[in-house]
Design a binder for this molecule. Sequence first.
Ligand code: CP
Length: 318
Amino acid sequence: MKNFTCVQDLGDLKPALDEAFEIKKDRFKYVELGRNKTLMMIFFNSSLRTRLSTQKAAINLGMNVMVLDITQGAWKLETERGVIMDGDKPEHLLEAIPVMGCYCDIIGVRSFARFEDRDYDYNEVIINQFIQHSGRSVFSMEAATRHPLQSFADLITIEEYKKTARPKVVMTWAPHPRPLPQAVPNSFAEWMNATDYDFVITHPEGYDLAPEFVGNAHVEYDQMKAFEGADFIYAKNWAAYSGDNYGVVLSRDREWTVSNRQMAVTNNAYFMHCLPVRRNMIVTDSVIESPQSIVIPEAANREISATVVLKRMLEELK
Ligand code: CP
């Protein structure tokens, strides 16, 4: 695998899951694979889980790791081509990227949607520039429209906890005070649509995701109806996608906060969230602290998904 930005890059999910469970049994099985290979992790945005789990994955594989927070300690970067650089940004991304590529073998990039221009975000300008100009294998640590390492970890978690071959998985919008990107819900939908699970998306009207991510998922605007008989509840906030409302918070309706009221109509569903989560906005204390909450094992599987992805990229370098 040269680059990893979406579910299709991983290919058939069954062998990827087999590899994940193999690595989970013995995290250091491939520790020789990354000897004298260097991972560079580039963060344009904050992170806890992605930063730590990806670094741990690289350690599992015997790699060296460098981490650069672009906003702390690097020159302020111009990202637009054609700009007269007479402002406060002394370096252009188009030089910075190939320079970064000189010092490493694989590059991970985190660069969120900016919500200034939907086409700019949905064309994935930043990560595609890394793919085009770094001369290195590149993977997404959450880009503008997808978070594939998270979705792969989510899939591993569902496979571990599911009690039926074809569980009902419900992704629900939940309120949040600020506009959040669609990367996690887009990606989760994309990965769920690549399985044969019964997948349902529920959100208030106006929060429809891009059709290419919704795919054949069933969209249900009545949250209680969507939750009926669910085996997994996957909560997430996102800002509006459609038209002039792109990046706008249309609702803060706390009726959508996941609480015992909604969980009561599920099939004793497990509760999932990618974290960080705002308690009593997205989910109540009682639900996230309940035995059905699997947010911590879900976060733990970030190490496993990252190890599989880096392993496959290292194999391509050999
Ligand atoms: N879920 C996730 O990606 O967490 P971080 O933003 O902390 O990396």
